[in-house]
Design a protein around this ligand. Structure first.
Ligand SMILES: [Zn+2]
Length: 123
């Protein structure tokens, strides 16, 4: 049976996560999640709130394949109301801008080449 992601699940789970904005050029990532931290590349042309939702889904379902996460993220994002999308943008309000401090967090590498690509977008 295929599980469906709801906005409420994403809303609840993301409360446990810290968001860091930093360049992820090495792996050509738009975003990544490791432990309780999501990293997002602010230079990405994909809306950051959408990538954030994508990474939260990875957090909720760590065993899901990239393709499955992409599919559910797309389905969820396309069905959000404008208000829900607006709320997802507010989650970025407390994001931490990486200052070069500490180590670059270990991220789950998701090379874009291995991901489902639609149009010009890879997530
Ligand atoms: Zn992913």
């Amino acid at each position: 049976m295929k599980e469906r992601v709801t906005f409420e699940k994403v809303r609840q789970y993301r409360k446990k996560l810290k968001v860091v904005l930093m360049p992820l050029e090495v792996a050509r990532l738009h975003g990544a999640i490791a432990a309780d931290t999501i990293t997002l590349d602010p230079r990405s042309r994909i809306p950051l709130a959408k990538t954030l939702v994508h990474e939260v889904i990875h957090g909720i379902y760590p065993l899901w394949s990239e393709a499955q996460v992409v599919r559910e993220e797309r389905r969820l994002w396309n069905h959000l109301t404008w208000r829900e999308r607006a709320e997802a943008w507010t989650w970025l309000g407390k994001a931490h801008v990486w200052n070069g401090e500490g180590r670059v967090p270990e991220v789950e590498r998701e090379p874009i080449a291995q991901q489902e690509v639609v149009g010009e977008q890879a997530v």
